[in-house]
Design a protein around this ligand. Structure first.
Ligand code: R5P
Length: 256
């Protein structure tokens, strides 16, 4: 377990996870139409990839030397009636066969079906425990829910109590409260694409308030220059760069 966690969270206690799992409910989302074309140039700068088994098997050359956090929850889509009412979509045996370093599962606290997602998540935590594979809980947020510190603290704490080894949540005002209440490492998702400067500021704020890193997708692969952007994000996470310094890196590396 510790060996696998050390592949995801690096020796400095930080991580830049590249999230490219969006297709499991969004289909060929902008920037990921041809996954490997997007992912290949980013691999040298990502600490791990978060994706589904379908993309891992079909699009990532097996010799690629990067840890994998495998999304194992799904079952609903952006066009269906119950977005994020997710269950287990991949067996532990297949995750082991794919030699992954971690499992990722979304829970939806506060939704009508929260019990389904939390119980399925607890099964994944048991599987992970049996085989020494850490589990990243994703605190999904429904369209009608508020992403504030009260809600995200609650969801993150519940995830840790059930057995998560790491939690992925959203950045919010008073983010330090989310960190204080969560006894396992926390990373932030990037969310919808925003200007590069703002995404770097958000990553910086999250790190300053105690996040161990980011699990960022669209704000990297939908950037006008994804390689420049991931280098800038790395500087914030691993080198304590200020948002201004990081934006300068983005510009120097060819970003607008
Ligand atoms: C959503 O749960 C997906 O798993 C994404 O991996 C996650 O939202 C992070 O990607 P983004 O930074 O694009 O929000």
């Amino acid at each position: 377990m510790k060996n696998r966690i050390s592949k995801i969270i690096k020796a400095d206690g930080k991580t830049v996870m590249l999230a490219v799992d969006h297709g499991y409910f969004l289909g060929p989302t902008t920037g990921l139409e041809k996954p490997w074309k997007t992912i290949e140039p980013l691999v040298p700068y990502a600490d791990c990839l978060m994706l589904t088994r379908g993309i891992l098997r079909n699009c990532i050359p097996p010799e690629t030397d990067i840890p994998i956090v495998l999304r194992v929850s799904g079952g609903t889509s952006i066009v269906g009636p119950e977005l994020l009412h997710e269950g287990i979509i991949t067996s532990i045996e297949d995750a082991i066969r794919l030699n992954v370093s971690g499992l990722a599962f979304s829970i939806l606290v506060g939704a009508e079906y929260e019990r389904d997602t939390i119980l399925a998540f607890s099964e994944i935590c048991d599987f992970g425990q049996d085989y020494g594979i850490p589990v990243l809980a994703v605190t999904a947020v429904g369209r009608e829910m508020v992403r504030d510190a009260k809600y995200l603290s609650l969801a993150s704490r519940i995830a840790a109590e059930i057995g998560a080894h790491m939690v992925k949540t959203y950045y919010c005002d008073e983010f330090e409260k989310v960190i204080e209440g969560c006894p396992v490492p926390v990373v932030i998702a990037g969310g919808k694409k925003i200007p590069e400067k703002d995404a770097l500021q958000m990553a910086y704020n999250a790190i300053q308030k105690g996040a161990v890193g980011v699990d960022m997708g669209r704000n990297i692969f939908q950037s006008s220059n994804p390689v420049a952007m991931i280098k800038a994000v790395r500087a914030v996470v691993h080198e304590n760069a200020s948002p201004e310094e990081a934006y300068e890196i983005f510009r120097q590396e060819g970003g607008e």
